[in-house]
Every structure is written in C-alpha cells, then in structure tokens.
Write a protein of this length. Structure first.
Length: 485
C-alpha cells in the first residue's frame, strides 16, 4: 500500500501591516482544507506563523520572523506544503516562507492559493521561484489531486496554475475544528471570536472586490440542519463569547436565511453573533428575526452616492438600493437591531460631489431617526488586485484622472496601508482627498450619542478586554498563550 504523504499547511502571516487586515485565530480557509484532507486519510499539520510569531512591521521584525519561522518549520516532516496567500498582504511572506521550506526539504512540493495568486499568478512566476503549483479559487479538491502526484511530475521551470473545483457542501463535509491545532487557544481563552463559513461565493460583482477573481459558480451553503448542529456543538464544547460568520455574503438565499435564523433563535445559545451581508437583501421580516438574537449585522454599503454605487457596480439599481437602505435603517432602529455601516471613500471616480451626496444622505438619516441603532465606519479605498479595477484602470485615468501611485505595493518594504491608499481618485480630489473625515466623524459621534440603551448594552458586550487593546498587545497575548501551552 502506498504510503500517505505528510502535508503541512502554513499561514505565513503578513508583513508591513501589523494593524491592517482581518485578524482571526482560526483561519477558515486552512480549517476547511485541513478537515478535507484529514477526512481523506492524509497526515496533515497546520502552522500559523501569525499566531506563533506575530506580524512583523519592519526589517528588524522580519529578520527575527524568518529565523523563528525556519526553526518552527524544521520541526515538521512534510512532502507537500500548502501556503495560504490569502490577500496581497501575505505576498512577500508567502515567497519567503516557501524558500525556507525548499531549503529544509528540496524535494517538497509547494502549493499556494488565495485571492492574490488567483488574480496575479504572474507574481509567482520568476526565475528560481519556490512555488510549484497555484490554485485559483477553491482548493480542497485540487490539493488532494496534487497529493497523489509523483515528484517527477512537479514542474521545474515555473509554477502551474490549477483551476479550483467547487466543494459540495453536503453532510459529508466535516469542519474538524476540534482537531485543528489552534483550537486549543479557545479552550484557554474563550473571549476571542470563533469564525466560521456556512456558505461560499458571492453572486454580486462589486468591481473592487477580489472575490470576483474566482470562477462564478453561485452562492451555496451548508444545510440549515447541518449549520445549526455545528453551532450547537461549538457553543457546547468551546463556549465562545462570539461566533462570526465570515463568508463573503451571509444568507443570500431568503429561504435559507429565514429558516436558519428561526432555528438559531430556537437553539437559545448564550452567544453573540456577527455577520457581513448586503443591506439590499434585507426585509422587515429579517430584521424581526435578527432582533431576537444577540446579533450584529455589518453592511458594506460603501457609498450613498448613486454615481459611486454605479461606478463600483455595487448595484444595478442605485435608487432602489438607497431607498432600501433608508427603510431598513429606520425599521432596524425601531426594533433596536444593532447595525454597522461601512463606507469606502476615494474609490476611483470619487469626487467632491459624490462625497457630498454620501454625507448629505447620512445627515438626513441622522436627523430623521431620533434613536438610531446603527454605527458608521469609514475608510479610504485601498488598491487591491481585483480584476474589475485592473481591467478598467486606463478608463479611470482617462475619464476621472485617477492616479494610483504604487501598482505593486505588496512587493515593497513600506507600510502597506499607506502605500495601498496613496492615490488620487479624481481630478476633483487631487488636493485634500480626506476632506470627508471631519464631517463623517461628527455624524458618527451624533449617532453614537443617541443609541438606545439596549443597543449600547449589546455593543458593549462585543467589546471585550482583548478588543480594547492595541493589535500589538493582542498579538503578543496570543504568542504568550501559545508559549504557555
């Protein structure tokens, strides 16, 4: 019988961005591949260098990171290494970690996947690249195929791109979070969020989103019964303070969404919930259900300007989108349902006029709703390699005067947030593109000051002791915890 190969899955952390980007203890993308391969009988280990070492922010940190990484990786036996280059923030660390793996085991096969290799495979195709394969889109089935390869079939000149295959989310698929190595942190420190994906794909085509890099297969989810069973087990075994549904578009199907929420209410678990979805999917019936749970809804509304919503391809009907947003915010406030609205300013094509349209819309809502249940957060657009933006960049330059300073910021040794947002969205905003911030802060402060007591209580329940600390302390706490286990 052929001996099973040893597989090492690595999250390579991210460099020059220690306070930027989502921070999750359990990485859903690695948990899924880990569970799938383990279920198929493979020997699988996971090494999360972000948790083990942290996020280096300068060259001195990186030198320490590389030395520590080599010592950690050398402890494992592996034939195949899967490195999660989830976003562009992990590009440099992915290459560096791959080179370390090749030094330790020259014969190993190295596979990378994630949004960045899906959009920019050419970034991994250079002389003496340590990468052997790239997977575009979902990686479970493709990764298993690679596990059966003989090393003589491994490319020697440049990596091969493989198209991912959609995973059937049926009852046979198990999320083996109990065996996942870093679940032990939750058993020691239960205040951290537990992230889980109950669905895949997003049927929308927002032009700035890297989700569009995947082949469009269509929104699909686990059954309601399987989803509820999983949540019941997680809350019973781990008792997390908050469960976050971190998929691209939570509850796209109205039928699934309503059934799931009703079953979740019936489950009666003492837990906070969080999900990101679209405000134009919501109806009053949804808000009625969400309001019966300790649930925070997050909507990436991005803009309240019809022109910007069109440029972003956020919706095909911006008038309806704004009407729906207005109606849902009013109804949610009556039901005291906590909502957070995220705005993206200075996307290519943004002008002083479109910023004013968004702010005026917010002013009107702020005046109309006496006791709001929603908060607002704003940020500047950061240039990522979404195919929609890249394919239209020349048009943006010609029509609006858009100028992006660093088209390859992920290859530079500099603060990634500063580099990715260093751009001119339009000729109108060539000077003082941050003019939105002062008025936005005033509206935000006004909304916060008038939140209902019930919403304030729910909001405070989500701001646990760890979340009150700076990211560096948060990261250091995790490293300390790992060192004690």
């Amino acid at each position: 019988m052929k001996k099973r190969k040893n597989i090492l899955l690595i999250y390579p952390s991210q460099w020059y961005s220690h306070e930027w980007g989502q921070y999750l203890c359990i990485k859903p993308q690695l948990l899924s591949i880990f569970s799938y391969l383990k279920h198929k009988g493979y020997n699988v280990d996971v090494l999360d260098l972000e948790l083990e070492i942290g996020r280096p922010k300068n060259q001195e940190d990186i030198e320490f990171f590389l030395k520590k990484s080599e010592k950690l990786i050398a402890k494992y036996e592996f034939n195949i290494v899967g490195i999660s280059c989830y976003t562009s923030l992990s590009y440099l660390s992915t290459i560096a970690v791959a080179k370390i793996c090749k030094r330790i085991n020259q014969q190993c096969v190295i596979v990378t996947g994630g949004y960045h290799p899906s959009v920019r495979p050419e970034d991994f195709m250079f002389k003496d690249t340590p990468i052997d394969f790239m997977i575009k889109g979902e990686g479970e089935a493709c990764f298993e195929e690679l596990c059966s390869l003989d090393n003589k079939h491994v490319p020697t000149n440049k990596p091969i791109m493989m198209q991912g295959k959609a995973l059937l989310l049926d009852n046979k698929v198990k999320l083996d979070w109990e065996a996942y190595p870093y679940t032990r942190i939750y058993r020691q420190h239960r205040n951290m969020d537990f992230p889980i994906n109950l669905s895949r794909e997003c049927p929308f085509s927002c032009i700035y989103c890297m989700e569009s890099s995947k082949s469009k297969i269509g929104w699909r989810s686990y059954s309601v019964a399987k989803s509820i069973k999983e949540i019941a087990k997680i809350t019973s075994v781990l008792g997390p303070k908050q469960i976050s549904f971190v998929e691209p578009c939570f509850g796209f199907s109205k039928k699934w969404r309503r059934e799931f929420l009703k079953e979740l209410i019936a489950l009666k678990v003492d837990c906070l919930f969080w999900a990101n979805t679209r405000i134009d999917l919501m109806e009053e019936g949804d808000i009625d259900l969400f309001s019966k749970l300790n649930f925070q809804l997050e909507f990436g509304v991005e803009s309240f300007s019809e022109k910007m919503l069109t440029i972003m391809r956020k919706t095909n009907n911006p008038k309806f989108y704004l009407q729906k947003a207005h109606a849902i915010l009013k109804y949610a406030s009556r039901k005291e349902q906590l909502i957070c609205l995220n705005f993206m300013f200075n996307h290519p094509g943004e002008t002083k006029t479109t910023i004013r349209e968004t702010l005026n819309f917010l002013y009107r809502i702020n005046e109309e709703i006496k006791t709001p249940s929603f908060l607002i957060k704003g940020q500047n657009y950061a240039f990522f390699q979404s195919s929609g933006i890249c394919d239209n960049l020349h048009k943006y330059q010609k029509i609006y005067g858009t100028r992006i300073k660093y088209l390859d910021w992920w290859k530079r040794k500099t603060d990634y947030n500063e580099a990715a947002t260093d751009m001119i969205p339009s000729r109108s905003l060539a000077i003082n593109k941050d003019s939105w911030k002062l008025e936005f802060a005033r509206i935000s402060s006004s909304l916060q000051s008038r939140l209902s007591p019930q919403v304030k209580l729910l909001l405070w329940g989500q701001v646990n002791d760890l979340k009150k600390q700076e990211f560096t302390n948060y990261s250091q706490n995790l490293v300390t915890i790992l060192g004690l286990l």
